[in-house]
Design a protein around this ligand. Sequence first.
Ligand code: UDP
Length: 256
Amino acid sequence: MITAPVRRTEVLGIPITCFVSYENAAAVIVQRIREREKTFCIAINPEKVCFARSDSTFGDVVRRGHVHICDGMGTALAVRLMQGWCIPRITGVDLFLKLAATAEQEGLSIFLLGAKPQTNDRAWAVLRARHPNLQIAGRHHGYFEDASTIVAQINASGADMLFAALGSPRQEKWLSEHLEAIQVPFCMGVGGSFDVLSGQVKRAPEFFRRTGTEFLYRLLCEPWRWRRQSVLLAFGVKVLLEAVVTRCPKALFRRR
Ligand code: UDP
């Protein structure tokens, strides 16, 4: 297990934790859980970077996170451009699946919060079939009114990891708001992961996943998302400008 110090950086002022692999991310997270160090993990993609910069409430939520995975080819390219570091993408859905497998091996328990009731049922059944020894301490669908009842249920479960599939930014805001009250060491928003796990939503074909262009596939399948994804262009322009401003002076004044 690789738990060596992990580099951190920022993309347009938003923090990024530079894990070198899923094994590295899982090892660091398990270590933090064992040390009962509260960990709020947020998946950062270009859309969230732009939203965190334009919406100060969401910006504050993101800054409350302890681990910020580099979820998105755009974010990984931005780190490469600004720092010269070649880091892999760590997607929210893949880290969730990796952590479920790790929890089974390490004897840690998980709580599944979110998605429609049937989807939550199905995601639970799929996880149980894949990981017979995984302790799923509790679960609840994501269409609830009273947050305090849900927090009490989560705490009573004694889970070590809470995965909240409530969609972004709702899940990050919800976790941030209840972070103190939730007595689970590791909390993470996992967006549409239960929809994927339950087979409700198909993952992008291998080509799109390998090239980091799932956003294109998602745009083809769900064209009404174009407004959400149009921020990608703005993100690219801002990253290029910042790279020019921060890197060019260094290059100009470098001694030959
Ligand atoms: N969802 C939920 N409660 C809500 C709104 C949404 O549990 O009040 C669930 C929804 O059923 C779906 C997930 O949150 O399973 C949202 O997935 P989406 O793909 O929109 O999230 P993203 O990955 O874009 O953040």
